[in-house]
Design a protein around this ligand. Structure first.
Ligand code: DSN
Length: 414
């Protein structure tokens, strides 16, 4: 970064600080990951200078011979990874991807059956504070006491509500969804099916969890979580919806795509096609399972009865009398980053809920395995139990930094 260093020392210093924070911190936010240096390089290319409204071979501006190359690569690689009929790689991120998908197939006021946020859903799946909830009429389904989705109840709701769309997907739910059931219920009531796979896209690409793409009309995702690409979104759909999705993305919702991100998406998708990505995805699942088992041994209550994916949702208040906010703060002090999170029907408030969400995609990218996860679970327990003892927290922090140094990231970035 020699030009940045010389020209803008303030920004340079902040970048260095962030590199150090990422190097020395234990990143357990379930939606974060570390991209490869090749992905970072693609993000920093001259593609950022280019306007490319339209799609490969049919753009509104000239000079597209190279943007067409990277966008086509990203599309073809996504089709191959997920077996998708049609792919749009232009959504700027997950929330825009969802809004584009809704607007492609729904009219304002149409009804969507989506998962409740506190039961693991996502803000953009119809939370009242979002634009989508102002435009469409969301009705929310929940998990049952065992933590599973009650498909019988979902079917009854669908028959009663007659939604135009049934939406699956989550940001804090940890169990495998029954894709076929969603498809069957939607068919019964004539609804379109959509699933948001943002959290598990990498696990699907790595064949560590079942692929929902054959079962759903529309699939949205981000590219920066388990898929380990740059920040961005994508929409996969059946051919039938291809034109509507493309038109809804541009000119319907967005302007020029961010072609440096599209180039970086292509690079990350190329990485996901390699056999090593399958090993990565399987290790993510193994690490999450070890985390679940270890935390349970320490007396933590794991929501939804456990995990089938890359994260656990822990009721820290119910288990240890420490709120999600306090737990997040204590873990911050030992260099472990997680996020406070609502648990199903949480009696506490969103800014200080009962839970924390803990995910392992980033530490798995660093090369950490079962042995390290056991150490991490031990530190999490010790930090939460000693959340008001700064001396103990400092000691644990030193140990966390020691382990992080053994698993370096971005060795060449300066
Ligand atoms: N912010 C992402 C997450 O943490 O799940 C999704 O919006």
């Amino acid at each position: 970064m020699k030009n940045l260093k010389k020209q803008d020392p303030q920004v340079y210093k902040a970048v260095l600080g962030e590199i150090k924070r990422q190097q020395e911190g234990m990143e357990l936010i379930a939606s974060e990951n570390y991209v490869s240096e090749a992905v970072l390089e693609a993000l920093g290319t001259v593609f950022t200078n280019k306007y490319s409204e339209g799609y490969p071979g049919r753009r509104y501006y000239g000079g597209q011979e190279y943007t067409d190359v990277v966008e086509t690569l990203a599309i073809e690689r996504t089709k191959k990874l997920f077996g998708a009929e049609h792919v749009n790689v232009q959504p700027l991120s997950g929330a825009p991807a969802n809004m584009i998908a809704y607007s492609a197939v729904l009219k304002p006021g149409d009804k969507v059956l989506g998962m409740d946020l506190s039961h693991g859903g996502h803000l953009t799946h119809g939370h009242p504070v979002t634009l989508s909830a102002k435009v469409y009429n969301f009705v929310r389904y929940k998990t049952d006491a065992s933590g599973k989705i009650d498909y019988k109840q979902l079917e009854e709701m669908a028959i009663k509500e007659k939604p135009q769309m049934i939406l699956a997907g989550f940001s804090a739910y940890t169990r495998q969804l029954d894709y076929k059931k969603f498809q069957q219920i939607a068919k019964k009531v004539g609804a379109i099916t959509m699933i948001d796979i943002a959290h598990i896209a990498g696990l699907i690409a790595g064949q560590a969890v079942p692929n929902p793409v054959p079962y759903f009309d529309i699939v949205t995702t981000t590219t920066h979580k388990t898929l380990r690409g740059p920040r961005g979104g994508m929409i996969l759909c059946k051919k039938k919806y291809a034109e509507a999705i493309d038109k809804a993305a541009f000119p319907g919702f967005q302007g020029g795509p961010h072609m440096n991100n599209v180039a970086a998406k292509a690079v990350a998708l190329g990485e996901a096609l390699k056999p090593s990505f399958k090993t990565y995805a399987k290790q993510v699942i193994k690490n999450a399972k070890v985390l679940e088992v270890e935390l349970m041994k320490y007396g933590f209550k794991i929501m939804f009865g456990g995990t089938d994916n890359h994260m656990v949702l822990v009721d820290v208040f119910g288990s240890k009398g420490v709120s999600g906010k306090e737990a997040e703060k204590a873990l911050d002090k030992i260099g472990i980053t997680v996020n406070k999170n609502m648990i199903p029907d949480d009696p506490r408030k969103p800014m200080d809920p009962s839970g924390v969400r803990i995910g392992v995609p980033a530490i798995t990218t660093r090369g950490m395995k079962e042995k390290e996860v056991k150490m991490i679970a031990n530190w999490i327990n010790a930090a939460i139990e000693s959340h008001d003892n700064d001396k103990v927290l400092k000691e644990i922090h030193r140990a966390v930094i020691g382990l992080c140094k053994k698993f370096p990231i971005y060795k060449n970035l300066r």
